[in-house]
Design a protein around this ligand. Structure first.
Ligand code: ZN
Ligand code: ZN
Length: 357
């Protein structure tokens, strides 16, 4: 049993890694009883995010073991606290990366809780009561309702789960660059994985011309025919890169491996924006000339606020956007993590937590 605070009286079954071998095994732990601001959620599905791998293996040196990963969660409300409005028992809901924020700073007051300096994450965080947060690789969750969103009726619970991290992570910088306000822009999606594949769907739904930029020529057919991309550039082919100079208004870079931003920046038109989402463990090479000569901007983005997450799900409901998933049972989590580390998944693993499939 984990070290817990006095009101952590609920015994919950889940799956955890106990050391940096990253091996996931069944784990029984305690959660807090449902408080006035909380809802309890029976978890149905949980997506497997790249961040989960970094945490179970302690790649960033910040893991508090045992770690129960998972921040792409869908499930059903089973209990609501006395202060909770807008949710009822049986509601289909989702939980992403955020578990708590200060609710008082300029970012919290502006629906950008994701940039609150006191942000607490869904797993491996320290909640206000001093307990370590445990994520969605578990049968149930007690969660502050302010960080819970509704899943539109038209969306399936399994293929929607990864939208709670992968979806909002790509949606937020696209909104930030106002890609929802006009159509016909030329946008680039660099890297065709969990993030990239859903970014293509958003780009097309917003009405833009979408180019996939990838190191793998083998992905061209799938990108165009399977996901609806309009164009494909092989980033390791200098000729192709040169012929597409100054053609794109916006690029979303989802690549987590170290790479130079110079060649990518050259693809942008003057005044174009490169939004970084991948988090390589070493600094990226950022040459000044392509920025200066093209008046280009490089910016980052980290998930999204709660209001924006709900708007993203509503948009997905309207445009029928979900993730392409491979379902795994809970006894196959280790296998899935290993395959994900090798980018061997199309395009997101989802754990069938409740054993419905
Ligand atoms: Zn994630
Ligand atoms: Zn705040």
């Amino acid at each position: 049993m984990a070290q817990t605070t006095p009101n952590h009286k609920l015994t919950v079954s889940g799956w955890a890694a106990h050391d940096n071998s990253g091996l996931i095994t069944p784990y029984t732990f305690k959660r807090r009883v449902n408080g006035p601001d909380d809802v309890s959620i029976k978890i149905l599905y949980c997506g497997i995010c790249h961040t989960d791998i970094h945490h179970v293996k302690d790649d960033w040196g910040i893991t508090r073991y045992p770690v129960v990963p998972g921040h792409e969660i869908t499930g059903l409300i089973t209990e609501i606290g006395s202060n909770v409005e807008g949710f009822k028992i049986g509601d289909r809901v989702g939980v992403g990366c955020l578990a708590a924020s200060c609710l008082d700073c300029e970012f919290c007051n502006d629906s950008m809780e994701n940039y609150c300096d006191k942000i607490q994450l869904t797993y491996n965080g320290i909640f206000w009561d001093g307990s370590i947060t445990y994520g969605g690789y578990s049968e149930m969750l007690v969660f502050d309702h302010r960080y819970v969103v509704h899943i539109p009726e038209s969306l399936p619970m399994d293929a929607t789960a990864p939208l709670l991290c992968a979806g909002i992570t790509v949606y937020s910088p696209m909104i930030d660059s106002k890609l929802h306000e006009s159509t016909g822009k030329r946008i680039g999606i660099m890297g065709l994985g969990g993030l990239g594949h859903v970014a293509i769907k958003f780009g097309k739904a917003f009405g833009h011309h979408v180019t996939v930029i990838s190191t793998s020529p083998s992905k061209e057919k799938e990108a165009k025919e399977g996901l609806g991309a309009d164009d494909f550039i092989i980033s390791t082919d200098p000729k192709q890169m040169m012929s597409k100079r100054r053609t794109l208004d916006f690029i979303l870079d989802t690549v987590a491996a170290p790479h130079s931003l110079g060649p990518t920046l050259e693809l942008l038109k003057v005044n174009g924006t490169l939004a970084l989402l991948g988090a390589p463990d070493k600094p990226l090479e950022l040459p000044a000339f392509p920025m200066i000569f093209g008046k280009r901007t490089v910016k980052g983005s980290m998930t999204g606020g709660m209001k924006e997450t709900q708007e993203m799900l509503n948009f997905c409901g309207k445009h029928n956007i979900t993730c392409d998933i491979e379902m795994v049972t809970s006894d196959k989590i280790n296998e899935a993590l290993e395959r994900l580390a090798n980018n061997d998944v199309k395009y997101r693993f989802v754990i069938d937590i409740a054993g419905k499939n």
